[in-house]
Design a protein around this ligand. Structure first.
Ligand code: UD1
Length: 372
């Protein structure tokens, strides 16, 4: 599909802004609805807002503004959300409001316009899985363990076990039962399911993307509640050692924002992904320690990470995507290697200043009993 009228909620954010750029580049007419959350953007609008997109500064909970934003729109990308996992555990109303109510408002306004929309694409998250999928090497079975018990974590025993058998992490597919472990994660599950349910009922072809750990340029470096790449970068740029929870050998699937954008554009080209939820990742595990080391090396800082042996409430040990479904349905293939992606991130970091608010945020989490 080309030359479409497209609305991107959260289009000033990290992922949304890259998506807007790609859509404008592909010849679409793009409108952004974004409330410019202070924690993410500070008090000035970010320079990366695409000047060739129309910008509406409003909250996704504001029905009148959302209605205005939907005028003439054929495709909606719903990327607006509050995104701090730890913070969501005490600013519960804020997260439920932005993520749940915001999606509800958007959907109510959309269904007032029957037949107008060709596609709704919603940003979901790997966080809805909880722990990733594992294989029990003794039985060969795929297992879906719950969070590690507090007693295990207190003794600094980090890996997943079934009795005495150490479980092996394997790719997590969409078949894994959902077990969200934070308010943020529950709200992402809600967003995904509200969109798919309403989309199905009103014949709005809807696609939900479960993003894995997204990194790249324009990450909110001064937002201490966001992902580990941005947090470690902000620490290192201020000559501080990154703090590693557990032992640093926990693994994640770090996917570059360009690959996330690629998946979002593919969803426009086919109906094969309609009414489906799909992982968007790389399928490759990387440990948190590796990330700290790669960033320090790339920034030319001789700073070893601080492995403190503490742990965060609700943290999972391993989760890496199985991308068979999106490969098959959309023909998606991740194209950015971690090496290239981090190199580009580092080049961008050299042009940025990051206010290091990490210590204060960690202290806040500790005080609330969320870091132990
Ligand atoms: C969570 C969400 C994910 C969201 C992401 C960024 C879950 C399961 N997933 O991912 O959807 O996109 O947050 O908001 O909730 N770490 C440190 N030191 C730090 C910060 C983090 O060691 O200063 C460790 C964490 O303990 C964790 C790993 O790095 O083991 C990754 O943390 P993070 O980047 O916050 O992402 P997730 O928890 O994987």
């Amino acid at each position: 599909m080309s030359g479409l009228n497209i609305l991107v909620t959260g289009g000033a954010g990290f992922i949304g802004s890259h998506l807007v750029d790609a859509l404008v580049e592909a010849g679409h007419k793009v409108r952004i609805l974004d409330s410019l959350v202070e924690q993410v953007h500070g008090d000035t609008p970010p320079e990366h807002i695409n000047p060739n997109a129309e910008f509406i500064h409003a909250d996704v909970c504001d029905a009148e503004a959302v209605s205005r934003a939907l005028d003439g729109i054929e495709v909606v990308y719903h990327q607006a959300a509050e995104v701090g996992v730890g913070q969501s555990m005490y600013e519960i109303v804020r997260y439920v409001k932005a993520n749940d109510l915001g999606t509800a408002v958007l959907l109510e306004e959309m269904i007032k316009r029957p037949g107008q929309f060709k596609k709704l694409i919603v940003a979901s998250s790997m966080s809805i899985y909880g722990e990733g999928a594992y294989r029990n090497p003794a039985t060969g079975e795929t297992v879906y363990p719950q969070l590690r018990p507090a007693s295990q974590l207190e003794s600094h025993d980090w890996e997943l076990r079934d009795g005495d058998t150490l479980l092996e992490p394997i790719g997590t597919s969409e078949a894994k039962p959902l077990f969200p472990t934070s308010v943020y994660a529950v709200s992402k599950q809600d967003q995904e399911q509200y969109c798919l349910a309403v989309g199905r009922a009103y014949s709005i072809p809807t696609v939900a993307f479960r993003y894995f750990n997204v990194y790249g340029t324009r990450q909110a470096l001064s937002n201490p509640y966001t992902g580990v790449c941005a947090i470690f970068s902000a620490r290192l740029m201020n000559d501080q050692a990154p703090t590693i929870f557990e032992d640093g050998l926990q693994s994640r699937d770090f996917v570059n924002v360009k690959d996330i954008v690629r998946a979002n554009l593919l969803a426009l080209e086919t109906d094969r992904g309609d009414y489906e939820a799909m992982n968007v990742g790389t399928g490759r595990p990387t440990t948190v320690k590796q990330i700290a080391e790669l960033l320090a090396k790339g920034l030319g800082k001789d700073i070893a990470p601080d492995i403190v042996g503490k742990y965060r409430e609700g943290d999972i040990r391993h989760c890496v995507s199985d991308i068979s479904k999106i490969r098959e349905l959309l023909g998606y293939e991740p194209q950015v290697t971690l090496e290239d992606g981090l190199a580009e991130l580092l080049e961008w970091l050299a042009t940025q200043e990051a206010e290091d608010r990490v210590e204060a945020a960690t202290a806040e989490l500790s005080q609330k009993g969320l870091v132990k």
